[in-house]
Design a protein around this ligand. Structure first.
Ligand code: HPA
Length: 248
C-alpha cells in the first residue's frame, strides 16, 4: 500500500475510490485527521490531509510525528508528500511541479525526532539524501508516462510560517541555494527517514516567492489557490500512474 499526504490544494484525493476511514491514535498524539483508505485503479492507497480535511491546521502546528507514525504503523513503506511552495529559481513559475532532491531547514521549535525522551538512545540518522531516490525515480517516471512536465530536483527551503517571507528573506534563501520555499517539508522528511520510510515529495509552485515577479509587492493568495487547483489535475495524473508503478 502506498501513502499519500496531501497538502494545501489537496485536502481530498478525487481519484481515490474510498473504502473506509480510520481514526488513529499514536504515542505522539493524533494525526491531522482520520486516515482515508481506498483504491486508485487496482492499487491500495491511504490518504492523509496534512492540514486536516477542513484545512484548519497551520504548518507549525501539524503533528508530523503522529502523521508519519500512523502511516508507518500500517506496515507500508512508501510515502508521497504533496506540498505547495513559492517559486524562487527562475524556472519555478506558478503551476510548475518539481520533485525536490534536497532540503534546507529554517524551521524552529517543532518536534523533529522520535529519538527523545526517557530511555531513548541518542541517535543521529544519516540525512545526506533527504528523499528516497527510488520514490523520486517512480515519481519522475510516472510524470513522464502521464506526459506531465516536472522539474527533476531542486532545493526545498522550509520556513516556519505561518506568515510568508519578506523579500529580503527570499533573497537570503536564494543565496543559500534554495529553489522553492514551503512550510511543511520539515520535519516531515526527517521523521519519515527515522522510520525507514521511502519518502519523496511533489512540490507545486503556487506563487512567485515574496519580492519576485507578480509577488513584487504582495502575494495574492486567491491567485495562488486558483493556480494550485489547476496544477492539482497534473499531480493527480502523476499519482494515478505512480501507484501502478509501485506495484503495491
Ligand atoms: N512561502 C512559503 N510557503 C509557501 C509559499 C511561499 O511563498 N507558497 C506556498 N507555500
Amino acid at each position: 500500500m502506498l501513502a499519500i499526504i496531501g497538502g494545501t490544494g489537496m485536502t481530498q484525493l478525487a481519484c481515490l475510490e474510498i473504502s473506509h476511514r480510520k481514526i488513529m491514535r499514536t504515542p505522539y498524539g493524533e494525526p491531522s485527521g482520520p486516515l482515508t483508505f481506498g483504491k486508485i485503479g487496482d492499487n491500495k492507497v491511504v490518504f492523509l490531509a496534512r492540514h486536516g480535511y477542513g484545512h484548519t491546521i497551520p504548518p507549525h502546528e501539524v503533528n508530523y510525528r503522529a502523521n508519519l507514525w500512523a502511516l508507518h504503523s500500517l506496515n507500508l513503506s512508501r510515502v508521497i508528500a504533496v506540498a505547495s511552495v513559492g517559486g524562487i529559481r527562475a524556472d519555478f513559475t506558478p503551476g510548475t511541479a518539481a520533485i525536490p532532491d534536497q532540503i534546507i531547514d529554517y524551521t524552529y521549535g517543532r518536534k523533529y525526532t522520535y529519538y527523545e525522551g526517557i530511555a531513548k538512545p541518542v541517535t543521529h540518522i544519516d540525512f545526506t539524501e533527504p528523499y528516497c531516490q527510488i520514490m523520486r525515480k517512480c515519481l519522475l517516471d510516472a510524470a513522464e508516462w502521464a506526459n506531465e512536465k516536472v522539474i527533476d530536483g531542486g532545493v526545498y527551503g522550509t520556513t516556519q510560517g505561518p506568515r510568508l517571507e519578506t523579500a529580503a528573506e527570499i533573497n537570503r534563501l536564494e543565496r543559500d541555494g534554495v529553489d522553492m520555499v514551503g512550510m511543511t517539508g520539515m520535519p516531515e522528511a526527517a521523521l519519515a527517514k527515522e522510520l525507514g520510510l521511502c519518502y519523496a515529495s511533489i512540490a507545486v509552485v503556487a506563487n512567485y516567492a515574496a519580492g519576485r515577479e507578480a509577488s513584487a509587492h504582495v502575494i495574492k493568495l486567491e491567485d495562488a489557490h486558483a493556480v494550485l487547483e489547476k496544477a492539482m489535475v497534473s499531480v493527480r495524473n502523476i499519482l494515478e500512474r505512480v501507484v501502478g508503478l509501485n506495484g503495491n
